[in-house]
Design a protein around this ligand. Structure first.
Ligand SMILES: [Mn+2]
Length: 266
């Protein structure tokens, strides 16, 4: 994944969407797929606001085993229905090697979550897939460890990798994580891969999602991934950091000016 081997920047195709091109890629949707109604209303809202890719978790890695773990296969079916309805390609997390074949069949982009960044068997397995991979940075991973994790996927044969900075754990717990803005230009300098940012998990609070998203784009990110829920107060996971579809539309509006200032479009 190093730039030494490939000086020009890579563009990764997700369905018909290009990630890493002049136009920024905006991924939006709920943390978890909860129901048909929740997902479809969310999908239509983010599409209307201009999102390019729909996110939604079917297999959720949760800190507590007693929290909602996701709808699993039913969630994948609902995501496929939302793609059918809106035309948006879908990204969803694959949490375990046993799910890879099924998720690869259903999704347009396979997400490796922060907690799985160094699950080397899983990296190898998605490295053998024909779908692109979204690799989140581990919450306690150095930039070098993150890029080496991408190398595991590439070495297994899949060069369609998108990196995602999502905040790291530091001494400061004011926000959910500490958003590492500097990781964006460093990852872009060291690799040819597209780099996006996840301001939702980095901040953990809806009111700080917009400023982190704007900062990421100003720093050279190729896109953002934002959690959106039709009723954040009723979300089964990550409600406090989820934006309503109308708040998301407002962020999209603000992203356009920053994108323009750095020679990109939304
Ligand atoms: Mn989440």
């Amino acid at each position: 994944v190093s730039r030494e081997g490939r000086p020009e920047r890579s563009v990764v195709r997700v369905g018909d969407v290009e990630v890493g091109a002049e136009k920024l890629a905006v991924i939006a949707g709920p943390c978890s797929v909860e129901s048909e109604q929740q997902l479809l209303s969310c999908a239509e809202g983010v599409k209307e606001a201009g999102a390019d890719i729909l996110r939604g978790g079917a297999y959720k890695p949760r800190t507590s085993p007693y929290d909602f773990q996701g709808l699993g296969e039913e969630g994948l079916r609902l995501l496929a229905a939302a793609r059918e309805r809106t035309g948006l390609p879908i990204v969803t997390e694959v949490r375990d090697v046993r799910q890879v074949a099924l998720v690869n069949e259903c999704a347009d982009l396979l997400q490796i979550g922060a907690r799985n960044m160094q699950n080397f068997d899983l990296l190898k397995e998605v490295g053998g897939c024909d779908k692109p991979v979204l690799l989140k940075r581990g919450l306690a991973a150095t930039i070098e460890e993150w890029l080496k994790a991408a190398e595991h996927i590439a070495a297994a044969g899949n060069l369609n990798i998108i990196l995602c900075e999502r905040g790291i754990r530091t001494f400061d717990t004011t926000l959910r994580y500490t958003f590492d803005l500097g990781a964006i230009p460093v990852a872009k300098a060291q690799t040819h891969l597209p780099v996006i940012a996840d301001p939702s998990h980095a901040s953990g609070q809806a009111e700080y999602v917009a400023p982190l998203a704007l900062g990421a784009i100003a720093a050279g990110a190729d896109g953002v991934m934002i959690e959106v829920h039709p009723q954040p107060e009723r979300a089964l996971s990550d409600g406090p950091q989820s934006l309503t579809p109308s708040a998301f539309a407002e962020v999209m509006h603000r992203l356009r000016s920053v994108a323009q200032a750095v020679g990109r479009s939304v």
